[in-house]
Design a protein around this ligand. Structure first.
Ligand SMILES: N[C@@H](CCC(=O)N[C@@H](CSS)C(=O)NCC(=O)O)C(=O)O
Length: 290
């Protein structure tokens, strides 16, 4: 299905809002599945703006991301990588901002904390849990590479970035004129700022992680903003160009990268034995509630 429109399209960055007159290219549906929070009410309602918040859970140093299409009447919102301990904070924020949470998404099965997605489903009727099919987890939507996750007129595309775990994905904002510019990549634990996820459990593979990051993230425009699932050193955001140049692990060649990863000598996450089984059912140890 295609539509051609010439409209006043807002362009925006996460921090600054710009408005330009742009011709809107034909929209063509990609063959992979389209997960949409609502039907497009009118082909001419294209005004959209992103609300973006980066939220932090200090015990596990996890970032949760809130994105919403605030110019759309539905004010549809999504959460990426919510943590069970901070679900009430996140839901209060969503309530205060008058948003409607449609998807609670995971980038992967976390080993260091319990996801908030299952708990959110018990508190927000209609919100759907999302994780990759390759993760082997239960969720309402099992997404695959190339799928689109829509909220209002905005969308994320799904890229497979295995290596930290076999089911890791990166969510990237759309590559169309009415989508955020610069693009934003929510990399989970595949790519951290000046680091990357460990590869010593949960089907991890250094070679696979290296190939994932180089083929799926480092090929994005250099100004693409990198938003990871963790930071242990005080960083909050980076860019593709910055990580290509300065990432002390992934800027090396594959053989050197593998040696670095073999010698990380990290202790296993303290709650791993409890977190992994729980996260396979979206954080609730009750399959029916996933
Ligand atoms: N100390 C923490 C776990 C820290 C850790 O292992 N982090 C993971 C991501 S969460 S599984 C990781 O990949 N770290 C990479 C690195 O270079 O630090 C705990 O006990 O939970």
């Amino acid at each position: 299905m295609q539509s051609i429109r010439f409209l006043r399209i807002p362009r925006f960055s996460p921090n600054l809002l710009f408005f330009h007159l742009l011709p809107l290219k034909p929209i063509s549906k990609i063959p992979a599945k389209n997960f949409s929070s609502q039907m497009r009410s009118s082909p001419s309602s294209s005004s959209s703006k992103l609300l973006f918040r980066q939220l932090f859970e200090k015990e596990s140093s996890t970032y949760t991301y809130l994105l919403a299409n605030v110019s759309h009447p539905d004010k549809s919102a999504i959460l990426i990588d919510p943590v069970d301990k901070t679900v009430d904070r996140d839901l209060n924020l969503i309530r205060e901002l008058g948003l409607k949470l449609v998807y609670a998404m995971n980038t992967h099965v976390h080993a260091d904390h319990i996801t908030g997605t299952g708990l959110i489903k018990t508190k927000v009727p209609g919100a759907k849990s999302v994780i990759s099919r390759a993760s082997g987890s239960k969720a309402d939507l099992l997404i695959e590479p190339g799928d689109r996750i829509s909220f209002g007129d905005l969308f994320l595309e799904v890229r497979a970035t295995p290596g930290h775990t076999s089911g890791c994905v990166t969510y990237v904002t759309g590559d169309e004129p009415d989508q955020p510019h610069p693009r934003m990549a929510f990399t989970g634990d595949a790519l951290l700022i000046r680091g990357c996820g460990r590869t010593d459990f949960q089907g991890g593979s250094s070679k696979q992680l290296y190939e994932s990051v180089h083929s799926q993230i480092f090929t994005l425009p250099k100004d693409t903003l990198i938003y990871p699932a963790h930071d242990y050193t005080g960083f909050s955001v980076s860019s593709v160009g910055e990580e290509i140049e300065h990432n002390p692990r992934l800027s090396k060649d594959l053989e050197e990268f593998k040696k670095i990863m073999e010698n990380l000598n990290l202790a296993y996450p303290k709650v791993m034995d409890m977190a992994v089984p729980a996260n396979l059912v979206c954080g609730l140890q009750h399959p029916a509630s996933s």
